[in-house]
Design a protein around this ligand. Structure first.
Ligand SMILES: [Zn+2]
Ligand SMILES: [Zn+2]
Length: 131
């Protein structure tokens, strides 16, 4: 993680990149999958004025007001992380997922379950051909 904190008169700019390795479960097969993400971070902070400004709300829109004398970046970094977090991570673009019937990981082996949707009308006929 490399963040530059630059103090200006009256406000502070924090910018940089968060480089993180996430370990998430693949949304299809649940295998752990490593995701390397670089998240750009830019935020401007200024001390809270304490005044309740009305009418000109957009004036300080780009600034995050900070109360107290310590700037705690953690919640902002977490927020940035959440925004960039993959919603449905996949171990591979063509992950085959788990078999709906037996739970086998279909990336590793194929199971003997039938995966095609069987028309219920043919389902009834199937028994006719049983040996
Ligand atoms: Zn997967
Ligand atoms: Zn199966």
């Amino acid at each position: 993680m490399s963040l530059d904190v630059v103090g200006h008169e009256g406000y502070v700019t924090v910018s940089g990149e968060l480089s993180i390795d996430l370990e998430l479960a693949c949304s299809r097969c649940l295998e752990p999958t490593k995701e390397h993400t670089v998240i750009p971070f830019f935020e401007q902070f200024k001390p809270a004025s304490g005044e309740t400004e009305q009418g000109d709300e957009d004036e300080d829109e780009e600034f995050v007001e900070v109360t107290g004398d310590r700037l705690d970046l953690k919640p902002y970094l977490e927020e940035a992380l959440l925004v960039f977090m993959p919603f449905a991570p996949l171990c591979a673009k063509d992950c085959k997922g788990l078999c709906q019937t037996c739970g086998e990981n279909l990336n590793e082996r194929t199971c003997s379950c039938k995966h095609e949707k069987i028309d219920p009308r043919f389902e009834a006929l199937k028994d006719l051909f049983k040996e």
